[in-house]
Design a protein. Structure first.
Length: 256
């Protein structure tokens, strides 16, 4: 994603002030109005950055801040919003609320998540709701197994809730053309995923899917096991980009 000469809005996390500055950056194709000698009303593409970094916990204040940033971006008719994310996780209800807010905002403008630290637990779900995902090279994404606090400590949720989390994650992954089985592998320890070649196309398949294709007479070239049983998938930025789970690596804003 390249975004040219644009106005950049940065929401200050600790204040209700929006800092605005005009910077010469790359412009996303098709965004904003192209300036020209006969168009005095042309403007550069307007991009909002919403910081949710510094190992933030996904809780109600963070959700309110992100939703407020998205609302302001819509009100100012922004072309693009970038959520700068670094989180070890947080509360499920809040995470789903942010996902829905991102999904709604994406109807009016492009929304990207830029993982500058890690996107773990609730983090990958939020990434899944965005149009585009970019990671710093040192970032990781995954380990999204939902857990619950009980009187005896921390444990994984039961099968019913696990299925609901997995389905939600996979639905957003499918919507944005990301490998759905990799999404499932980040949530469910029982999922096994292999990288395969089918008809010249790279696909991430479960053993059951491989068998079904072979019964149809398809030739499946099996590669490495991306996620074995009993593990929870966590991907480096390099692997996530290679597998098509993110859209690219961006180490700074100039790379976006």
């Amino acid at each position: 994603m390249k975004i040219l000469e644009r106005n950049l809005f940065i929401l200050a996390a600790c204040a209700s002030v929006v800092l605005a500055s005009s910077l010469a950056w790359a412009k996303a194709p098709g965004q904003g109005r192209e300036p020209g000698p006969l168009d005095p009303f042309a403007r550069p593409a307007l991009v909002f950055f919403i910081p949710a970094n510094g190992k933030v916990m996904i809780d109600l204040p963070v959700a309110a801040f992100i939703k407020r940033g998205l609302k302001m971006a819509r009100e100012r008719r922004a072309d693009h919003v970038v959520i700068d994310l670094d989180t070890p996780g947080g509360y499920a209800e809040v995470m789903f609320d942010i996902m829905d807010a991102v999904d709604v905002a994406a109807e009016d403008m492009d929304v990207s998540v830029w993982v500058t630290g890690d996107a773990l637990s609730a983090g990958p779900y939020i990434c899944a709701a965005a149009d585009k995902n970019y990671n710093k090279k040192t970032a990781t994404i995954g380990r999204a197994l939902p857990i619950e606090m009980t009187t005896t400590g921390v444990s994984a949720v039961d099968a019913k809730f696990l299925s609901a989390f997995r389905g939600k994650f996979q639905a957003f992954a499918e919507k944005h053309h990301r490998p759905v089985n990799l999404a499932a592998a980040m949530v469910d320890p029982d999922v096994v995923v292999l990288v395969c070649r089918v008809g010249g196309e790279t696909r991430f398949l479960t053993p059951d899917e491989i068998q079904a294709l072979e019964r149809e007479g398809k030739i499946v070239e099996r590669g490495e096991t991306v996620k074995p049983a009993g593990a929870i998938l966590n991907l480096t930025a390099t692997k996530a980009a290679e597998y098509g789970f993110i859209d690219g690596i961006a180490n700074d804003r100039d790379d976006l």
